[in-house]
Design a protein around this ligand. Structure first.
Ligand code: F6R
Length: 310
């Protein structure tokens, strides 16, 4: 599959039917996952507020993990050592364990793991990785998925209006800085990681309103301000207060902030349309730079190095 087809497949991924089984007796949720798999937990945390959710992206788990904890391990390959180690520790504490993976060791150590299709780069499988979590908690239904799929099917590489952002970033060698908004911080971070892995550029993500209490000073006063390309990810559900903050920040700090807007009437459709736009922009930037967006050789080498076989 061409890499762009992996990106294009996002809408179809949303139709994946599997879901994790959620026991009603748990009182907190811990989700472990790294990189492209970890994003699924971040998206979930943006959508779910009924019980405490803690994300784990290292080898260790919080002290509070116990038999009333639902522990969800997410790893596309099923072989990521931090996620495996955290899962083993959660098992020792008696947590209720679930997993979303294509297989690997994770599928061996977690019974009834949700098995998703393989053959993708983990970061391209964001739909497969996230939907079983959202479905398990009843956070998305078929009609929302159908509406979102329709919105996503409107994109096409040949006519995409977002190519111009990549052209501008490339021609002026700018570093992307992405501002999220409440309930959408995961997408800002997703954009950052897609710029990192697809286009091989450093990028930075932060969110309103928190950024107004720290970054704002640097947005006004940093050196080489002209070397950054500022995006803000907005959506039709955006609170008026946040909209005001965006305008005031841009005026006070004298920076131009490019707005990219999500689509549809729900958080789900806006999250996934914004993810899709960022995926394409990072893909176009990779094309412009002449780098292979699929290639993550250094990450793979590092993983082999950790196992003592570079
Ligand atoms: C590769 C990618 C990486 C991986 C990460 C964890 O496309 O996006 O960020 O997702 O190295 O590996 P998995 O997802 O297999 O647990």
């Amino acid at each position: 599959m061409e890499y762009v087809d992996e990106i294009r497949s996002l809408g179809n991924q949303l139709s994946f039917r599997g879901n994790i089984e959620v026991p009603s007796e748990v009182d907190k949720i811990v989700i472990a996952g790294m990189g492209g798999s970890g994003i699924a937990g971040m998206i979930f945390k943006d959508c779910y507020t009924k019980k405490p959710v803690t994300l784990v992206n290292s080898y260790n788990i919080p002290d509070f993990v116990d038999s009333s904890t639902l522990f969800v391990a997410i790893s596309y390959s099923g072989n990521t050592e931090e996620t495996l180690e955290a899962t083993r520790k959660a098992r020792k504490r008696g947590a209720r364990i679930r997993a979303i993976t294509t297989g690997g060791k994770l599928a061996e150590i977690v019974e009834n793991a949700v098995i998703i299709p393989d053959g993708y780069q983990p970061r391209s499988a964001v739909g497969f990785l996230t939907v079983p979590l959202l479905r398990g908690f009843g956070l998305v239904d078929d009609s929302e998925i159908e509406i979102t799929k329709k919105l996503l099917s409107g994109y096409d590489v040949s006519v995409d209006p977002y190519r111009k952002f990549a052209d501008e970033m490339y021609s002026k060698q700018k570093i992307p800085v992405i501002f999220g908004t409440p309930g959408f911080g995961s997408v800002a971070y997703r954009w950052k990681t897609q710029f990192n892995e697809n286009a091989k550029v450093l990028a930075y993500a932060t969110s309103f309103p928190e950024l107004n209490h720290n970054d704002t000073m640097a947005l006004e006063g940093t050196y080489r301000k002209e070397e950054f390309y500022f995006f803000v990810l907005t959506h039709p559900l955006l609170e008026k207060e946040i909209s005001n903050r965006i305008k005031i920040t841009s005026d006070l700090c004298k920076i131009e902030i490019t707005r990219v807007e999500g689509e549809g009437a729900t958080q789900f459709s806006n999250l996934f349309t914004l993810i899709h736009k960022g995926d394409y922009i990072s893909y176009y930037l990779a094309e412009k730079r002449g780098v292979d967006p699929r290639n993550v050789e250094i990450i793979e080498k590092l993983k082999r190095g950790l196992k003592g076989s570079v």
